[in-house]
Design a protein. Structure first.
Length: 430
């Protein structure tokens, strides 16, 4: 006794599996390619002008359609019907049927669009590679990516309490000759990234890293959006702070601890290099303990094991005749203790100790570091109280660098921006 399997589709339609369509035929062409003829399974369609359903076919046309590979590449021919409107008063006498998989004026199936977008955004593949693998043009894949970027949620519709701002280099450094002076000038194309530090989602990317670029993006946001921002984490950048004072006057500014520690490490490196030049009349070499252990000097002292601390002490004892490197290292470690303070009272106490260390050291490098700390003290207090950092913003920049590597760089800022926003939205939704 034969029993029904529950499927009313024929075997070819089941294997091809284009939703809402059936396979009418398939042939092997002389050139070795396969051609599949498909048509919609709907018995009637609604007129886009009046909405009345019609089943009277006015004309059938054949259209080539790009679709996903099925056991290899196939050429799909869609038999598309043009219906006559059943409403006599409708000004639109005929209309072409549309389906979820084949919208109006589409040359790609919806499932192919989804596959292309997943390959580019989800898997991080290069547009040229995806285009070649699915037998479509580079511009076709890029148009799918751009269209998806336009459908992203507007930043004004996203509730952001904590905002992160950071810059990254868009392209490699370039040199050009000035037309007037004839001298060579250095050009660094930078972009600024705006990130929701709560979710890590990139909200926007703009050209430049000056106050005008940041101010323009903030000015484009609605008043309600700007008023809901409570804390903004930035690098110690005067340009960013200027834009924030203008457009987010109520938001507290938090300076990122990572960049303050980097400034301290830079000051320590400058002292080490200066001492080497003054004492040895040359740059550091591998035979110099302070140069050989230069990375050890930059390590956090509280994370060093006993063996590392012993090596550090031996290095400073043997290759620091003026004790200036030791003093700079102490200043760096004191700044790290300040940034780890649990409350404002402890932070102010650590600040007094830092000032004392800098006064005792009496070096221009550490004095400049203390001046920077004093200039940004209000933002440091916000950091200690709120704990808001640019960690998620830096993570977004790391992902952006991976996108640049996979694409071997970008020349079109709009395409670059679309890839960044889509990749970040996909990660946030996962």
């Amino acid at each position: 006794m034969n029993e029904a399997t529950g499927s009313l589709r024929d075997a070819a339609s089941v294997l091809f599996d284009l939703p809402g369509h059936r396979v009418m035929g398939a042939v092997d062409r002389d050139d070795g390619a396969r051609e599949v003829l498909v048509a919609s399974t709907a018995a009637e369609a609604a007129c886009p002008g009046c909405g009345v359903l019609s089943s009277r076919v006015h004309q059938r046309v054949r259209q080539r359609l790009r679709d996903v590979p099925v056991a290899g590449a196939v050429d799909v021919v869609l038999v598309r019907r043009r219906f006559a409107c059943a409403e006599q008063q409708c000004a639109r006498r005929t209309f072409v049927e549309v389906t979820d998989q084949v919208p109006a004026r589409a040359r790609l199936s919806t499932r192919l669009r989804q596959l292309l977008l997943a390959a580019v955004v989800g898997s991080g593949r290069v547009v040229a590679e995806v285009a070649a693998g699915h037998r479509v043009s580079w511009w076709t894949v890029q148009a799918v990516v751009n269209a998806a970027a336009e459908r992203l949620v507007d930043p004004d519709d996203v509730i952001v309490r904590r905002l992160g701002i950071d810059e990254h280099r868009y392209r490699s450094v370039r040199f050009f000759r000035d037309a007037v002076s004839g001298s060579w000038r250095r050009y660094e194309p930078w972009m600024t990234t705006f990130v929701d530090t709560t979710t890590g989602r990139v909200l926007g990317v703009v050209d430049g890293r000056d106050s005008a670029s940041v101010a323009a993006w903030l000015a484009a946001r609605s008043t309600a959006w700007r008023e809901q921002v409570e804390v903004v984490a930035i690098d110690p950048s005067a340009a960013f702070r200027k834009a924030l004072r203008q457009h987010l006057p109520r938001a507290a500014v938090s300076v990122d601890a990572f960049h303050l520690v980097k400034l301290a490490n830079d000051a320590l490196t400058q002292v080490r290099q200066r001492v080497s030049r003054e004492q040895k009349q040359r740059r550091g070499r591998t035979i110099d303990p302070t140069w050989a252990n230069r990375r050890l000097l930059l390590r956090a002292g509280n994370t060093l094991p006993a063996r590392g601390l012993a090596r550090l002490e031996a290095t400073l004892r043997s290759d620091d005749p003026t004790d200036e490197i030791s003093a700079a290292w102490a200043v760096k470690e004191q700044l790290r203790r300040l940034l780890r303070a649990g409350d404002l009272a402890d932070a102010n106490h650590q600040r007094l100790l830092l000032t004392y260390y800098v006064d005792v050291a009496a070096m221009s490098e550490t004095t400049r570091l203390l001046a920077t700390v004093n200039t940004w003290w209000d933002a440091i207090e916000v950091l200690i109280v709120t704990g808001v950092t640019n960690a998620r913003t830096e993570a977004a920049n790391t992902s952006i660098k991976q996108l640049k590597r996979s694409g071997r760089g970008y020349r079109n800022p709009a395409h670059y921006r679309a890839r960044i926003l889509l990749a970040s939205a996909a990660r946030s939704a996962a």
